[in-house]
Design a binder for this molecule. Structure first.
Ligand code: GLA
Length: 688
């Protein structure tokens, strides 16, 4: 009998069969017993269909083109036009605990592949990477390498994925999967606003809180590609990997290319189950958890480029007085930066705006008990900057092609060591001199053209160099936190989450829009990493107006910040805002680090619950005018057994609790008050 390799999680299993034809996918889905009784091998006794090779090529871990696999290939490569067909039947697998290392070998084409699968039983997430090595003579041109090729069952399936644009990221889409190929590709050079590098596949009956769901996301901050294709036996294959430009990866003999990691999980608990598994895995990959997420004030929408030390100090005073814990000085502080047309690259304090430098402001902020944070956009250079005048060759470019600016700026070529050394020196000096605790690291354009000095595509190496620069800086300043921003949500992914502790989810603070947008973010990454702000009453990007309680309870889903000119508030408004900040501090142990459940309940109701086991904060949003005369009770699928005390909570006020049984809340639901559109209520639910 063929050998089976099985990795088991809490609720999922993954099984690969070693057959004569290679390492063949048998199962990725519901948990199987530890001792699998799988009967004969997949191919034994399976008749050969008409018009087929007499020995058909099965669905392996790395299906490859050219020798009888007619589906999408997990590898596309050639050696000067030869060795275009690969056969990887010669393979071995080594299982050590939860890790499976699979070596696939093609002596004829001179290619060796290593697939590493590590299934963490605590989170149910498998981390999968694939590397390809040139073990032959002559250069290999790599066109495509799937970081993972995953099997999906022969069932009716749909895929939940996300599109968007600057100021409207994570727009939810659901497509039914049929016989064609479902394909998403991103060639923007960064993770992108419109192509989230992951998806969730929904099995029959899958909902927010129940039913079979398969999730995967690529931990990569650059170009990417994912596809789902129906196979001959009704199953489907799901491939994810970095998208490669023509000529981007050429492997000399002995060289190797490593894919980014894919995080993949199956959950029987629907979209929410996948999200919670991903949260666990991303937290684990990020390593030591930073402390409670401090409330921050960001200067951008309050001041834009209009910097003045006296007003900034007044902003800091006003912020500290209402409980803010971190002050972030956004764009506009450096030499000559009065608008977005100049100065990127000249990371020196603007002496016109800050004659005594930034030290007095940073010290003032710290004197008020807050941390000092600073906005930078290290990978960028303005054509109108001293840096570009001194080093025009430092920008990514292609000889003979125009320099294409976006937001009037160019991208530095981070594949050059002199560029990254320069950036490291400049950023280190700022961090050390000013005692910067937090860098908001922006990237305000896509890459095009992304040519290096040799005229070769720099995309993937640019990502690796940016990650390395961040890692180098964090190693030099171990307490330093980084917020990843790319015009809001252009660089949000599980790879960046290893080095950034926060993501600015969107440049749009519109609370109504943010409910769906943040739900999309939370499908892949945990709430404590999601930057969410209370802005001006009239949202700058949408023009819509929202009340403070609604804005606060939307921002409460993530890492809370403020982004408007607090100095304009009257005493009553400051007191109310201080109340919401205290409310956040009282609940952040529930909001962050634990389980998150989200859902919609019809008639304009959306909800978000965070916490775990015996203690939850539930926030209920009304996004539209009620159609029903009475609100329907809200079913709470996350509630465990036993008795629960349920009380509406507001800043400084907890209303009388009502006792419910867990069964009741799950099945009959929590009675909800009626409400107007764009309002929210919060409830504390405690067992006992
Ligand atoms: C980007 C960011 C904003 C702000 C501006 C500054 O758009 O997303 O938050 O920092 O840049 O120019």
């Amino acid at each position: 009998m063929n050998r089976l390799f099985a990795l088991h999680g809490r609720q999922s299993s993954l099984v690969i069969e070693q057959a004569a034809s290679g390492l063949v996918w048998r199962h990725w889905g519901a948990r199987l017993p530890d001792a699998i009784a799988a009967g004969p091998g997949l191919e034994s006794g399976r008749p050969v269909p008409t018009f087929s090779l007499d020995v058909p090529v099965p669905f392996t871990l790395v299906p490859t083109f050219g020798l009888g696999w007619y589906g999408q290939s997990a590898l596309l490569a050639h050696r000067a036009g030869r060795d275009f067909a690969q056969g990887l039947a010669d393979c071995s697998a080594l299982q050590q605990g939860q890790r499976l290392s699979c070596r696939l070998h093609d002596a004829v084409a001179g290619i060796a592949i290593l697939v590493e699968i590590l299934l963490d039983p605590a989170t149910d997430v498998a981390q999968i990477t694939t590397s390809v090595a040139n073990i032959g003579d002559g250069v290999i041109d790599l066109q495509w390498l799937a970081a993972a090729t995953l099997p999906l069952p022969a069932q009716p399936l749909a895929v939940r994925h996300f599109t968007g644009r600057h100021t409207n990221e994570f727009a939810e889409q659901t497509d039914t999967l049929g016989h064609g190929i479902w394909l998403r590709e991103n060639r923007h050079g960064i993770t992108s606003h419109g192509h989230v590098p992951g998806a969730v596949v929904l099995g029959p009956g899958c909902s927010d809180s129940a039913g079979p769901a398969w999730g995967a996301q690529l931990a990569w901050s650059g170009n990417h590609r994912q596809l789902i294709e129906r196979l001959d036996d009704g199953r489907s294959q799901w491939q994810l990997g970095g998208w490669l430009a023509p000529g981007e990866v050429r492997l000399a003999p002995g060289e190797r290319h490593d894919s980014p990691a894919v995080l993949a999980c199956f959950s029987p608990d629907g979209l929410g189950g996948v999200a919670r598994n991903f949260h666990g895995a991303v937290r684990q990959r990020a390593g030591a958890r930073p402390g409670p997420r401090p409330v921050l004030i960001n200067s951008w929408e309050g001041f834009y480029f209009d910097h003045d030390p006296v007003r900034m100090m007044a902003l800091a005073d006003a912020a500290a007085a209402i409980g803010v814990e971190r002050f972030v000085l956004d764009d506009g502080w450096f030499a000559g930066r009065d608008d977005d047309r100049t100065s990127l690259g000249d990371w020196f304090v603007d002496a016109r705006k800050y004659p005594a430098g930034l030290k007095p402001l940073a010290d003032h902020v710290r004197g008020l008990g807050m941390e000092f944070g600073l906005w930078v956009e290290p990978e960028m250079v303005s054509p109108d900057s001293d840096l570009f005048r001194a080093h025009p060759d430092w920008a990514l470019q292609l000889a003979g092609r125009p320099l294409a600016t976006a937001r009037n700026q160019l991208v530095l070529d981070l594949t050059r060591a002199d560029v990254t050394d320069h950036l490291f020196a400049r950023l280190s000096a700022l961090v050390a001199d000013l005692g910067v605790a937090y860098l908001k690291w922006d990237h305000n354009r896509d890459l095009a053209p992304a040519g290096d000095a040799a005229g070769r595509p720099a995309y993937g190496r640019q990502v690796a160099a940016c990650w390395a620069l961040m890692d180098r800086l964090r190693a030099a300043f171990p307490g330093l936190e980084i917020e990843s921003c790319a015009g809001g949500g252009g660089r949000i992914d599980a790879g960046m989450a290893v080095r950034a502790q926060r993501f600015w989810a969107s440049d749009c603070i519109d609370a109504r829009l943010r409910i769906g947008l943040q739900r999309g973010f939370l499908q892949f990454l945990p709430p404590e990493m999601m930057g969410a702000h209370i802005g001006a009453e009239r949202c700058h990007t949408s023009g819509r107006r929202f009340s403070l309680p609604f804005q606060a309870l939307v921002a409460m889903q993530g890492h809370l910040g403020l982004e408007f000119d607090l100095t304009r508030l009257d005493a009553g408004e400051r007191a109310r805002l201080a109340g919401w900040i205290a409310f956040y501090k009282d609940h952040r142990h529930l909001l962050h680090g634990g389980a998150v459940w989200t859902g919609t309940a019809g008639d304009g109701v959306a909800w978000h619950a965070a916490g775990g086991d015996d203690d939850w904060l539930l926030i209920v949003y009304r996004t539209d005018m009620m159609l029903q005369r009475h609100a329907a009770p809200l079913l709470l699928p996350f509630i465990g057994d036993g008795d629960w005390q349920v009380a509406e909570v507001r800043p400084g006020e907890t209303r009388a609790a009502t006792r419910f049984s867990g069964d009741w809340l799950r099945s009959a639901g929590l009675p909800l008050p009626p409400g107007q559109p764009d309002t929210a209520t919060a409830w504390r639910l405690q067992r006992g």
